[in-house]
Each structure stands twice: as C-alpha cells, then as structure tokens.
Design a protein around this ligand. Structure first.
Ligand SMILES: Nc1ncnc2c1ncn2[C@@H]1O[C@H](COP(=O)(O)OP(=O)(O)OP(=O)(O)O)[C@@H](O)[C@H]1O
Ligand SMILES: [Mg+2]
Length: 478
C-alpha cells in the first residue's frame, strides 16, 4: 500500500471516528434533554389539570374539567386522566369519552392517591407513567388530578427524535467525509510528491549527477529536509570539484613528461632504429603506443574537468574518412589485444563516404570502446568492428565476446564513474575510473549522434553508435 493510500485512509478513518463520537455525544445529550423536557411538560399538564379541577369544585361546574380532559386525551401518549376525591371516589374519568360511565363513582386504591411524579404502573398489560397532583380547596385537600401516560408511546417519541437526529447527522456527515477525503488526498499527494522528488534526486545523485537539486520551497519539515539535502549535495559537489581540480592539475603536469617520453622514443627509433635488436625495437614501439594511450587518458581527465567547470567538449570538425580513423584505434589497441590472445576483426566498409567529424575526438571514442572490449573479454575472444551507411549517417558497432554487462547496470552504463560489480560485490577486474563511456556519450552527443549498449552476461557486449555524416550548421556556429 502506498504512503498516499495509507495516509488518505488513515485520515478518513480518523474523521469517521470523530463524526461517530460526536454523534454519540449529541444523542446522549439530546436524550437527557428530551427526558427533562418530557417530565417538565407532563408536570405542567397535570399541574394545570389540578387547577382546573379546583376551580370546578369552587365554582360547582364540571364542563372545564371535561374540556381539559378531552384536550389531554388528544395527546397520543395520554391513555387516561381522572379527577378523584380524597377518599378514592372517582368524580370524572376520561373513559367517559368512550361512553364508559362505570369508572365514575368507583373507588381506586390509596397508593394511587400519592402525590407522585412519574409513578410507574401496569394498566391492561401496558406500562404506564402516572402523574398525580393534589387538588386543595381553601387549603384543605379535596382530591387528586391524575394523568396516565403510555411508557411505550413516550419511549417511541424519544426514539423517533433520536432517529431524526441520526438521519440529520448522517446527512451532514456525507459532505464532511467527502471534504475530509479530498483534503487528506491533497495533503497526501503533496507529501508524496515531496518524498518522490527527494528520492528521484537521491537516485540521480547516486548515478553521479551532483548538479540536481530537490524542491525545497515549503515552510514545513519537508521543506527544511529538502534544504538540508540540497546543502549536503552542494558540499558533495564542492568536494568533487576540488578532487577533480586536483586530478586535472596533476594530469596536466603529467602531459609534458609524457610528451617528452613520446618524443624521445620517436627520436631513438628514428636515429638508432636500424642498429637495435628486434626485441629492443619492439620495446620502443610499445613505449610509443603506451605513451600515446596515456596521453589520450590524460586528455580524457582534462576534458572531464573542463566539462565540470561548465565548459563543453570542443569539437573541431574536419572532412575525414572513417576507415583510417578506425584503423588508427585498432592499431593502438592491437598490442594489448595480442597480449591477451584476442582477435580483432575489422569489418568496416571502406567505401563509406567522408564525414565531418572531429578526428581526435572520434578516435578517442573508438579507442575507449576498443579498450573496454579488450579489458573485459577473456583470452581467446573476438572483437568485431563494423561500420555501415544508415540513412544520412553511419552506424558503427564494437562487439565483443566478453563477460557482458548485467541488465541492471546497462541502463546506467553511460553515467560518470560507472562501476560494474561482480556477483560477489568485488570490482570487475580491469575496470578503470568509469569515465570512458560517459565521455564517449558526450563526444557522440556533441556530434549530434546517439550511443547505446546491448549486452548479455557471459555472451558479450555490443556498443552501437549512430552519427550523421554531415554537420547541420546552427546559427551559433557561423
Ligand atoms: N565491453 C564491455 N564488456 C563488459 N563490461 C563493460 C564493457 N564496457 C564497459 N563495461 C563496464 O562498464 C564499466 C564502465 O566503463 P567505462 O569505459 O565508462 O569505464 P572504465 O573502462 O572502467 O574506466 P575508464 O574507461 O574511465 O578507464 C566498466 O568498468 C565495465 O565494468
Ligand atoms: Mg573504459
């Protein structure tokens, strides 16, 4: 379950629990109030009844009492009302309205004459709540006014009131729940977005891109987490820049002695070449090739540093033939391939048209790819180079029968400091700084081309490059 779903459901559950609690509280309070009101109303009605009875005794007329009893009987909760003299003789009974005169003049039990408030009794199997009030004439007890309410009818009235309240509250709960759900969803979405943004940024940083920053505009804890995170990345970037600066400085200083080694080896070869033994000649050749490779590596590192400082790989285009360019890369890597007993098959179509590329840069791309193929192909393997026309450009491929690259690493292959690990977590033998392929991608991109890798573990790897032959001049170039 995603964080967003959990949060939304959690908030909804809390809202519903709060609504339910408030509903229960409202119902309890309302029931209590209704009970008090019901007692007050019944008390007032029987009090008034006692007054009407007293007036009728003083004035010697019964009609108002009859009328009042009739009015009382219109209340569906009232089952009967009666006016009783103090000795228990019934003067008037609401049964009269049903044409039943038998009650008038009869006697009722003395316990019924008590001045009770809400006395409970059973009448014809129905539970009654009976209210009685004394009727005093000139301060002397004359009799009692009694009203009997049906307890069932009273409870039903309470229940109906509760049902109406529940219905009202449920109706109000619908929009509240929708609002709560919407609010929770929005909040969860916002939280989720910040966390997602943070994890994506962390992922990019893990891939070596320290230029990315996470959004840190909120004033809440997530906002401050984002700011702290960005600060951390900034410091990391500064550290990396300092490290690259130092490496670039050292590399730059290496270039002069390297050039000297190369120049002196060349001089030695030219002046003494014929006099030397074949093994010594071979050693000089190896010195020359190695010095050349080291110079290319130094260039890689310096280019990297230039890019880090916001510069671009500088492309100096020239009209060149592709075939000799690839031959040059093969020539450079041949000694290393021979050492490992690898076969290099150069199947580049010699009839390819000329291209407008930077020869030095493109040589470095092919050297990088070939050097990887040599490094990661075990003894006895084969490396194949192909180039063919494709549309308005060419497709160059460097394939090997080497160790291959796991699918999980393949998608990060062209990121800087890429490092493929063995199954046991150790570094793959032969891996270098992990810059080669990222530089290749940048050089190819500067030539408006694309690069991709296809690989199968233990079967081999193919790096495919597509490049336009011609450069479409942008206004900035002119
Ligand atoms: N042809 C290949 N076969 C198997 N693995 C490869 C191949 N090419 C590259 N890799 C893997 O990808 C990683 C990155 O390659 P990349 O050329 O960028 O760096 P590198 O060769 O390790 O170092 P550098 O090129 O900077 O000296 C390598 O370390 C290697 O593990
Ligand atoms: Mg490499």
């Amino acid at each position: 379950m995603t964080l967003r779903t959990k949060f939304t459901f959690g908030a909804l559950l809390l809202t519903e629990a709060a609504l339910l609690t408030s509903m229960v509280v409202v119902l309890v309070v309302q029931r209590r109030q209704n009970l008090v009101r019901r007692n007050q109303e019944s008390g007032v009605a029987v009090e008034r009844f006692a007054e009407v009875c007293r007036d009728s005794v003083v004035g010697r007329y019964e009609i108002p009492v009859v009328n009042y009893m009739r009015a009382l009987s219109e209340d569906p909760k009232v089952r009967y009302s009666l006016f009783v003299e103090k000795d228990g003789r019934v003067r008037l009974h609401s049964a009269l309205f049903r044409g039943d005169r038998s009650m008038v003049g009869s006697f009722i039990g003395s316990e019924r004459l008590a001045d009770s408030k809400g006395l409970l009794r059973a009448e014809n199997g129905e539970r009654m709540l009976e209210w009685a009030r004394p009727v005093n004439v000139d301060g002397v007890l004359f009799g009692f006014a009694i009203v009997g309410y049906s307890e069932g009818a009273l409870d039903r009235e309470l229940l109906d009131a509760m049902k109406a309240t529940i219905a009202r509250q449920a109706l109000a709960a619908v929009p509240v729940s929708i609002l709560a759900l919407g609010g929770a969803f929005l909040l969860a979405w916002r939280l989720n977005r910040s966390i997602h943004d943070l994890s994506q940024t962390a992922l990019r940083i893990g891939e070596g891109d320290l230029s990315v920053r996470t959004k840190a505009d909120g004033k809440d804890e997530l906002g401050s987490l984002g700011r702290v995170f960005n600060l951390m990345v900034e410091r990391l970037q500064l550290l990396q820049e300092a490290r690259e600066h130092m490496t670039a400085g050292l590399t730059h200083d290496l270039k002069a002695p390297l050039a000297a080694i190369h120049a002196h080896a060349q001089l030695l070869r030219a002046q003494e070449g014929d006099k030397l033994k074949p093994e010594s000649q071979d050693s000089i050749d190896r010195i020359l090739v190695s010095a050349r490779r080291m110079a290319l590596m130094a260039e890689d590192i310096l280019d990297r540093a230039r890019l880090r400082e916001g510069g671009e790989i500088h492309i100096q285009r020239a009209e060149i033939s592709i075939h000799p360019l690839i031959d040059e890369a093969v020539r450079l890597l041949k000694p290393a391939a021979q050492d490992k007993g690898l076969k290099i098959e150069n199947a580049v179509d010699p009839s390819l048209p000329k291209a407008q590329w930077d020869p030095a840069m493109m040589t470095r791309v092919f050297v990088n790819l070939l050097s990887n193929a040599v490094k990661f192909t075990p003894r006895g393997g084969t490396i194949t180079l192909k180039a063919r026309a494709k549309g308005r450009g060419v497709e160059v491929s460097v394939s090997d029968t080497g160790r291959g690259i796991p699918a999980a690493d393949l998608k990060h292959l062209f990121t800087r400091f890429m490092e493929v690990r063995d199954a046991d977590g150790s570094r793959v033998a032969g891996s270098g700084t992990g810059l080669g392929l990222s530089i290749c991608r940048e050089i190819v991109a500067a030539h408006e081309g694309s690069i991709e890798a296809r690989s199968e573990v233990s079967r081999g790897t193919t790096i495919l490059i597509e490049l336009p032959l011609e450069h479409e001049k942008s206004p900035a170039d002119s």
